[in-house]
Design a protein around this ligand. Structure first.
Ligand code: MN
Length: 287
């Protein structure tokens, strides 16, 4: 059984642009090796937005050296990038954007959601790339809900949607550079489930809502992430309140992390290069 190493949460939201009231759940600045290959996670909402004709979100900005993964739980996100990627994703959809060598993009509430208003809830995850892939070509994967396989758990305990990686023999649609398991899990109150996860991989349980308890007596509650030790290959979750969970697992990338704002590389020289390249327009521009 994997043991809980630590928990992270934030109760102080900040705004990203004017569309995303986020709580930063973890960052490589605080917990680098423990969460590798993941770098950072922002949890936006759940927050109610009134109807508007304005565009709410965050305008053109660059990224280099990693991937941004956006999971929409409620609402609509519209994205456009200088590498030609773009689209609108809705409840249950996922956008997997590989910034790699660099691009600029914008992220806004989708037009239909903005017009109607409603509850907005989203997770954005930054996933690191190994050194050898940091300068590869950008890529955009818009993954619609119906492409994500669902596994029903025994005894009506809940369900697992496999965004990336594999669970119970079913494979998720997202292409990744290193082995990653990203599962959208729903668990019913009173249930108890065991999850097989690869030994040696990072394993984190983010509870969006509800509450789960662990075999050693620990608890993870809403807007909190539990970071587990890399040893062991099993997680046991007992559910005390209906729970919406994002499981993050993956093979750690044992390389130095040097980040500055929207750039995450391996050395200060590469960061300076990224700043230079962005200034010189080498990350492209939105048309
Ligand atoms: Mn961005």
């Amino acid at each position: 059984m994997k043991k809980l190493l630590s928990k992270q949460r934030s109760d102080t939201p900040h705004w990203v642009g004017d569309g995303f009231p986020v709580r930063s759940i973890f960052s490589y600045n605080d917990v680098g090796p423990e969460i590798s290959p993941f770098l950072l996670m922002d949890y936006a909402g759940p927050a109610k937005f009134p109807a508007t004709t304005e565009r709410r979100g965050v305008g053109e900005h660059p990224h280099r050296g990693f991937e941004t993964v956006t999971i929409v739980y409620s609402g609509e996100v519209e994205h456009r990038d200088s590498a030609g990627g773009g689209g609108i994703i809705h409840d249950g959809d996922v956008q997997w954007m590989t910034a790699a060598s660099g691009l600029v993009h914008e992220e806004f509430h989708g037009p239909n959601f903005a017009k109607k208003g409603g509850v907005f809830e989203m997770v954005q995850l930054w996933v690191n790339l190994p050194k050898k892939d940091k300068m590869s070509k950008p890529r955009y994967q818009g993954i619609s809900s119906e492409k994500i396989p669902v596994v029903e758990l025994d005894k009506g305990a809940g369900s697992v949607r496999i965004i990336a990686g594999e669970y119970a023999g079913k494979k998720g649609p997202a292409l990744t550079f290193t082995p990653i398991n990203l599962w959208d899990i729903r668990l019913k109150v009173g249930s108890q489930s065991k999850f097989k996860v690869p030994a040696g991989h990072t394993a984190c349980v983010f509870v969006l809502s509800g509450k789960v308890s662990l075999s050693d007596g620990g608890e993870i509650s809403d807007a909190e992430i539990g970071i587990f030790e890399k040893g062991g290959d099993e997680l046991e979750l007992s559910v005390s309140e209906d729970a919406k969970i994002l499981f993050l697992g993956g093979e750690p990338i044992p390389e130095p992390i040097v980040g500055y704002g929207p750039f995450v590389m391996n050395s200060p020289a590469e960061i300076n290069q990224a700043i230079e390249d962005f200034k010189n327009g080498q990350m492209g521009q939105l048309k």
